[in-house]
Each structure stands twice: as C-alpha cells, then as structure tokens.
Design a protein around this ligand. Structure first.
Ligand code: C5P
Length: 218
C-alpha cells in the first residue's frame, strides 16, 4: 500500500508551509506546495510581459512554460524555464499578480491535473498544502486539515518571515484573501476537514496533532 496523503488547506500566514514541511520530514513523505505552482505560473506570465488578466494569453503562456517542482521537504525547489525561481516567486510582483492568474479557470485545471499526477506518483505518501486540496485536488486524502490563525497573528508571522512591516503585511494578506475568495474559499473550513487554530499553538504541537490524526485513522 502507498503512504498517506495529507491535505492541508488554509489562508496565507496560518503556518501551512512550516507545518507541512516539518510533518513531511517526520513521516518521511514527499511534500507539495501548490501555492508555489500558482506563483511559478505567475512568474512565467510576468516574465513574458503578459497582462495577468488576459485570459487566453495567460493560459497559452503557462502551458508553454517549463515549470518544475521539487517534492522533497528538505529542498522543495521551483524552476521556471530551467531557472531557479525560489526567490522570485516570493517577490512582491508575483504576490500582487498571483490571485489573478490563480483565478484563470484553464490554468487551474492544468495545474490541478499536474498536482493529482504528482500525488499519484508519490508512493511513500505526500503532504499537500494549498487552498482547495481538501475539496477539489484530493478529496480522498487520508487526513484533511484546515489550518487557521487570527489575522493579526498571521500578519505578524508573514512580516517576520519576509522582513517587512506588519501593517502593510496585514493589508496585503487581507487583499489577497479577498481576491482569492472569488476562486477558492481560503477563509472557510472545508467540509470534512479537522480545524486546527495555530494562533497560540507552537508548530511542534500542530504537527503532533496531525501525527495523532494519522495514527488514529484506522
Ligand atoms: O500559499 P501561497 O500564499 O503561496 O499561495 C499563493 C497564491 O496561489 C494564493 O494567494 C492563491 O491565489 C493561489 N493558490 C490557489 N490554490 C491553491 C494554492 C494557492 O489558488 N491550492
């Protein structure tokens, strides 16, 4: 039998990436950050000089780009057209444009197919983080989690992570949550998911809770 599929959804700044990578390392499974995939697609669009709202052009550009994703939790690299893109996909330009690209239906269909292929190929199990993993990408996942935290705490963490100020980060998170709400439901717990609020919980305790869910599942 293949290893478990763990789906982790939640809004930005809830701690998904740290929790997912730590968990994947602990259970020796693969790791997939679907947010990086939308970010990589967005970088390809910006590099091509295409307006992110130009549906047909965006679709064509994303399909023609060579997007590569590392799935080991120790080195989850992202490459766009053969170039290392880890830094660029976290930049301001990509963060501002990503909701528009992620709202493109054809781009989503294309990336979701790719996500399902990666999950299927991960024989040793995989931790998948995103916004629509529980409801759309992997509804058959062995463990489904909605990870959240209060908005002030989320802004604090993002600001510390990026080395920027808290107020502008809070506005940025609110803007992105609201733009994303047209496509996914980042602020709603999906049906069937276990809700974990990480506002006052240390990472290790969040990971311990998910490990407990994994060992209690059968
Ligand atoms: O998680 P992260 O902040 O890196 O995600 C970047 C963006 O990618 C989100 O703001 C959202 O627009 C999009 N996204 C998505 N569906 C996912 C993961 C991310 O639409 N499963």
């Amino acid at each position: 039998k293949s290893g478990p599929v763990v789906a982790i959804d939640g809004p930005s700044g809830a701690g998904k990436s740290t929790v997912s990578k730590t968990l994947a390392t602990a259970i020796d499974s693969a790791y997939l950050d679907t947010g990086s995939m939308y970010r990589a697609a967005t970088l390809a669009v910006l590099k091509a000089g295409v307006d992110p709202t130009q549906t047909a052009l965006v679709t064509k550009t994303v399909k023609n780009a060579k997007l590569e994703f590392g799935t080991t939790p120790e080195d989850p690299f992202t490459r766009v057209d053969g170039e290392d893109a880890d830094l660029a996909i976290r930049g301001d330009d990509v963060t501002k444009a990503v909701s528009a690209v992620a709202g493109n239906k054809t781009v989503r269909k294309f990336l979701i197919e790719e996500q399902r292929r990666i999950i299927k190929e991960a024989k040793g199990g995989i931790v998948v983080e995103g916004r629509d993993i529980v409801e759309v990408v992997a509804p058959d996942a062995d463990v489904k989690v909605y990870l959240t935290a209060d908005p002030v705490e989320r802004a604090k963490r993002r600001a510390a992570e990026m080395g920027v100020d808290e107020q502008s980060t809070k506005q940025d998170i609110e803007r992105r949550d609201s733009a994303d709400s047209k496509t996914t439901k980042p602020l709603e717990a999906p049906v069937g998911a276990v809700v974990i609020d990480s506002t006052t919980l240390p990472i290790v305790e969040v990971v311990a809770k998910i490990l407990a869910l994994l060992s209690n599942r059968d």
